[in-house]
Design a protein around this ligand. Structure first.
Ligand code: CA
Length: 230
């Protein structure tokens, strides 16, 4: 099956660049200059991934993302938001809208295609594999055992819960408050700084085995577990 990508972007030059890159990779794509055109396109063809510009004339990309995630027919389609520099302050708000990932303009087509492949891989994988492996890292989700290059890594229960959440929600950006809710529980009264402390500790444990690169800081937004390493 050839993946279908919907490009929602009001700048024709960027739309053209995206379409060219996707076509070169063998993807099918549809183009829309605003939300209304995107909705019309989706009546005929459901995309596998949506590239969604943040600032659009009329309804914004963020509001459209929220709408798509509320609708059961479209909730599972991964959304990658395209943002301009300087919009970073609003990014956490965008995460809450349900976007899966972000790319900041200007971006390379190499990075864009890697992100598209990554979100598609995530949605196509069975949701609950028992063992996660990537490079030297192996996480046994049943027995809570973690190894790097075959060496056992001792994690605290919280560190393991954090890693468990990351590997089962890979290739998606989460804000600190989203991680707190998911790993510590929505009712826990814990400062967001606590997340940073645990991230630092995980990275330190993984560093000797070059596994720390999977736990990535996304500036102004939060963290992402990603197997795409620059
Ligand atoms: Ca725009």
């Amino acid at each position: 099956m050839i993946p279908k990508v919907l490009i929602v972007e009001d700048e024709p030059a960027i739309r053209q660049m995206l379409g060219f890159a996707l076509a070169a990779e063998g993807y099918n794509f549809l183009e829309a200059g605003d939300v209304e055109a995107a909705q019309n396109a989706m009546k005929y063809l459901m995309p596998d991934v949506i590239l969604l510009d943040w600032m659009l004339p009329g309804l914004s990309g963020v509001d459209f993302a929220r709408r798509l995630k509320r609708d059961p027919d479209t909730a599972d389609i991964p959304i990658i938001m395209l943002t301009a520099r300087g919009e970073e302050n609003d990014k956490v708000r965008g995460l809450d809208s349900g976007a899966d990932d972000y790319i900041t303009k200007p971006f390379s087509t190499r990075e864009l295609l890697a992100r598209v492949r990554a979100v598609m891989r995530r949605t196509q994988q069975p949701p609950n594999p028992e063992i996660f492996t990537e490079g030297p890292l192996t996480v046994d989700l049943q027995s809570s055992r973690v190894t790097c290059s075959g060496t056992p890594i001792n994690l605290s229960p919280t560190e393991f819960r954090l890693l468990h959440f990351f590997v089962t929600h890979a290739e998606r950006v989460y804000s600190r408050s989203q991680l707190l809710d998911a790993v510590w529980g929505a009712n826990a009264y814990i400062e967001e700084r606590t997340v940073d402390v645990h991230i630092r500790r995980l990275r330190k444990l993984f560093e000797p085995y070059d596994c720390d690169v999977y736990i990535q800081t996304v500036r102004g937004m939060g963290y992402r577990f990603s197997t795409i390493v620059d």
